[in-house]
Design a protein around this ligand. Structure first.
Ligand code: NAD
Length: 426
């Protein structure tokens, strides 16, 4: 199993000479500003008291207020939260947002708690972390198993404690509480801009490219729809229960409907483990596993579910000529080496999925100014940020003759080092 924080450190060490970082800068980039560890005491519906470990890691505010999601997950631990905070700090720098990086986590399984119990956890997190949060201090957002409703509870708790209205203290909120239009599709739209840039830079035509996407949630589902509309041929899709494939192209809208109705992509053809073979064959469909999706014949492979799915075991079997990392960390460092040797381009997560934090930044600007934007304005600004960032990463890759991941790191590290130097922190 790859340790995400070790991967961050290894990349930093590997790229420090090329980024011309001095020892002090390397030290600053390997050390968080603050680690906050708390225990949340939460009263359950049956009056039991649960004690849950909670973390917030504020990596750096050299480029602006700390910014990063909060996850509710049984496997959330300090090591993971540290890695995610460091990566956020890099990601905001790659797309040049005036923000730093942080991340938070509470270790528990939200699926085992009622909605009102989850609300207790959210409110307790804010009460414990209150002195460290705020619109110009540290701005949380949703992450794994947290959502707009949870941000609403957190904001409400924060404002009650602060005694002021402070919508910019959290992003990813419901629209009714100052959320931004376009936030739902932001990660997918941002990734589509990255992909379009790279496809055109390669001289490829979207209409002749085939795409396979693992994960059909907020990020993967929206991206499938956007790319389908843009003329790409989506040939394989999957969710946690398995996938479906059609060489001639899938009808994404039909699959979105099937997923909404049956909670699974294969729901269009299968009830439980029993699939309608005749209908499958008639429609040119094939049932595939998640593992098979990763090595299916396609031009663009988009892991949009879990980390660490493309490994040294399957990287040699990948057929795609480009991988777009919509999930965080789906390609392990060992797989990266194999893919590089095989000439397979990887658009890295710190660029490819930065559309979400970019629109979070837009949400924060709207909250801080009280000036709210139409969805078209959000979309146009997102395109500008993502295209500019992809251009910079692409140019760096050409000039330094390095893969896109290294180029994205170099772009981010340069901005972080400059901010640290101006502040005389290094
Ligand atoms: P989500 O919960 O909405 O969707 C996850 C999808 O992955 C679901 O379709 C689920 O069925 C599928 N999945 C789960 N286990 C799977 C498995 N074993 N094999 C295949 N599919 C599986 O989550 P999301 O918001 O779409 O996030 C997906 C990834 O994108 C995560 O790595 C997340 O960190 C990253 N990401 C999301 C955003 C965002 O704004 N949503 C921003 C940046 C990064």
């Amino acid at each position: 199993m790859t340790n995400p924080f070790n991967t961050y450190l290894a990349n930093l060490e590997r790229l420090a000479p090329l980024a011309e970082l001095n020892e002090q800068t390397i030290k600053a980039l390997t050390t968080p500003d603050k680690i906050i560890e708390k225990e949340l005491k939460v009263t359950m519906d049956d009056d039991r008291t649960l004690t849950l470990p909670a973390y917030r890691v504020q990596w750096s505010n050299a480029r602006g207020p700390y910014k990063g999601g909060i996850r509710f997950h049984p496997a959330a631990d300090l090591n993971e939260v540290k890695a995610l905070a460091a990566t956020m700090n890099l990601k905001t720098a790659v797309v040049d947002l005036p923000l730093g990086g942080s991340k938070g986590g509470v270790t528990f399984d939200p699926k085992s708690l009622s909605s009102s119990e989850i609300e207790q956890v959210a409110r307790a997190f804010v009460r414990e972390l209150f002195p460290y949060l705020g619109p110009t201090r540290d701005i949380p957002a949703p992450d794994v198993y947290t959502n707009a409703e949870i941000m609403a509870w957190m904001l409400d708790e924060y404002e009650q404690l602060a005694g002021v209205s402070a919508p910019g203290a959290f992003t990813g909120k419901p629209i009714a509480l100052g959320g931004s239009l376009g936030r739902d599709t932001a990660t997918a739209s941002g990734a589509a801009h990255v992909l379009n840039y790279l496809v055109h830079a390669q001289g490829w035509q979207p209409e002749v490219l085939t795409v396979a996407i693992q994960g059909f949630g907020n990020a993967g589902g929206h991206l499938a729809e956007i790319l389908h509309t843009a003329g790409y041929r989506i040939v394989a899709l999957s969710d946690s229960q398995g996938g479906i494939k059609n060489k001639s192209g899938l009808d994404v809208k039909k699959l979105i409907k099937a997923k909404a109705e049956t909670k699974r992509i294969q729901g269009l053809y299968c009830a439980g483990s029993v699939c309608d073979e005749a209908k499958l064959i008639e429609d040119g469909m094939e049932i595939i596993s998640n593992e098979e999706l990763l090595t299916t014949a396609c031009d663009i492979l988009i892991p949009a579910a879990l980390d660490g799915v493309i490994t040294s075991e399957n990287a040699g079997e990948v057929k795609a000529k480009m991988i777009l990392e919509l999930a965080n960390g789906p390609v392990t460092p060992a797989a990266d080496e194999i893919l590089n040797q095989r000439g397979i381009m990887v658009a890295p997560d710190i660029l490819a999925n930065a559309g979400g934090v970019t629109v979070s930044h837009f949400e924060w600007i709207q909250n801080q100014t009280g000036n709210y934007w139409q969805e078209e304005v959000v979309a146009a600004k997102l395109k500008e940020v993502m295209t500019q960032a992809t251009g910079e990463v692409w140019q760096t890759a050409q000039i330094k003759k390095v893969p896109l991941r290294d180029a994205a790191w170099l772009v981010g590290l340069k901005r972080l080092a400059e901010a640290l130097q101006y502040r005389r922190r290094v």
